[in-house]
Design a protein around this ligand. Sequence first.
Ligand code: CUA
Length: 172
Amino acid sequence: MHIHRYEKLWFAISLLLIVGFIATVTYGAVGAGVTMLDNDETVDPNALSEHPEFSDPGVEQVGPNEYDVYVIAQQFIFRPGSTMVGQPPITVPANSTVNFHITSADVIHGFSVVGTNANTMAIPGEVAEITVNVSEPAEYGIVCHEYCGQAHHTMEGIMRVVPPAEYNGSEQ
Ligand code: CUA
């Protein structure tokens, strides 16, 4: 069978493209330091009240300048964080390292501390972990950025970074 010269050429080019696409997808998946949420830390979304940390979510000092913050996202609040509905704000002192541990009690939510690198999904059954270093006193807004139901647009909260002298861990 005779194959036209141009047909061979286009055949070669399309093969090259396919190989190129596979290479870029492979690089994007494993070569660029991309990792999936690891499933090591899971949690029963129906038994958060029995969880050692999520039963009493909030801020906990774990080192000289280091804090763990456990947050539960649920329709349509952050616990703690959503001050509009009576939750305390998330309050941490300046010049500290803050390790967020976030989960959801119902559906998928978002958790974004606007102006920081804290931006994740809150997935029922999974615990998302993000570390943020806070330096100056400031107030940050927290928003849910995954559509989670009728009042999604009202789901917001506050993180306060206060001067270390004003920080009172017992407020949490
Ligand atoms: Cu929670 Cu949108």
